[in-house]
Design a protein around this ligand. Structure first.
Ligand code: 1HN
Length: 342
């Protein structure tokens, strides 16, 4: 069958096709056959890597550029064009570095997103979470669960830098992101850390409890002791998880936090997971295989492990410690988690 000039493959005239397209736009409909939903994914996304040697000078520059009076938070976000919206670090998580100069404060606010702080350098920092003061010294982890009031202060010397990790992208996607500036009001009751005097010994509490850990600070000395004493896996790696002592669930429900220690000559077993993680190098150096990509990392670097890749880590110093935050628990609770040794 021959087609007359001006007709397309359906025998429609260019004018008729144009009119149909206009009617779709006016009716707010989209032809599904012209979108990517049925396209087979071409491999897993690549990992991204932010080197501390590149980032550290930018932190000093950020202090020169703005004050905490002007900025709600003086934060450099680690943005990845592959992650949702291009403003996030990986699909469901964003990672950032925040900085305070001596004497500075970052005013109180709260939001539905869960957040955590892993201290990189400087001492004399304090994050106040629902009225509880949490000291920030290097290596300490402080959580500020969704809905909790939090503010930061630098009462010491030198530049105070920490890594912030949040589940903001997930809240943006779900439409649950709500932000409220201070002043602080309606502080909920909290439980003193001294109520958790020994492992496995927890208070019996009245009423329903929040979905997050009543312990907000996990000091370096505590996680270091737990990590050293954890039984090694078959591949030699040791891992601990940061949990809610009342339930054993992750300390915050939508972000799984693990610390892993690996040693020279003992590469980790290769694992494929559909969970997405952002990893901070607490110490040591090494390399990670992420699909067919190799990322060589050093202390305080951040790199991502996008879901669906086969991943393995290898230590090139005597030992190395990784702090990895992932959406593992989100996927598990939604019955979407798929993991296999590969
Ligand atoms: C935030 O509220 C903080 O409270 C830090 O310290 C980093 C990144 C994105 C959105 C909110 C904070 C953040 C953030």
């Amino acid at each position: 069958m021959s087609r007359s000039q001006g007709e397309n493959q359906n025998g429609l005239s260019a004018e008729r096709l144009e009119a149909i397209r206009r009617s779709w736009v006016e009716a707010s409909v989209t032809p599904l056959w012209e979108t990517a939903v049925h396209r087979v994914a071409q491999g897993a996304p690549r990992g991204r890597h932010w080197r501390w040697s590149d980032i550290r000078p930018l932190i000093d520059d950020a202090i020169a550029v703005t004050t905490t009076e002007n900025a709600e938070r003086r934060v450099l976000a680690l943005t990845n064009p592959d992650a949702r919206g291009g403003r996030n670090t990986i699909t469901n998580i964003n990672a950032n570095f925040q900085v305070l100069a001596p004497g500075e404060t970052a005013r109180p606010h709260r939001h539905t997103a869960n957040a955590l702080r892993f201290v990189v350098e400087g001492s004399g920092g304090v994050t106040t979470v629902d009225g509880k003061e949490c000291l920030m010294t290097p290596g300490d982890l402080v959580i500020t669960p969704g809905g909790s009031w939090h503010e930061h202060a630098h009462r010491g010397e030198g530049t105070l830098v920490w890594l912030d990790v949040l589940d903001v992208p997930l809240h943006q996607y779900l439409g649950t992101q709500v932000f409220e500036p201070g002043p602080v009001h309606d502080l909920p009751p909290t439980i003193p850390d001294s109520a958790f005097a020994g492992a496995g010994l927890v208070p019996v509490l009245e009423g329903t409890q929040a979905a997050y850990s009543p312990l907000f600070r996990f000091p370096k000395a505590a996680w270091e002791a737990a990590l050293q004493a954890a039984p090694a896996h078959r591949d030699g790696a040791r891992s601990i998880r940061i949990t809610n002592p009342l339930t054993g669930a992750p300390a915050m429900p939508l972000m799984d936090c693990r610390l892993m220690r690996i040693r020279k000559g003992e590469p980790t077993a290769t694992l494929r997971s559909n969970a997405n993680a952002a990893c901070f190098v607490v110490g040591g150096h090494g390399r990670s295989r992420i699909g067919d990509q190799v990322v060589e990392w050093a202390a305080h670097d951040v790199f991502t492990l996008p879901g669906h890749n086969v991943v393995s880590h290898e230590c090139l110093s005597q030992e190395a410690t990784l702090f990895c935050v992932s959406d593992w628990e989100v996927l598990r609770r939604l019955d979407l988690l798929v993991e296999e040794e590969a």
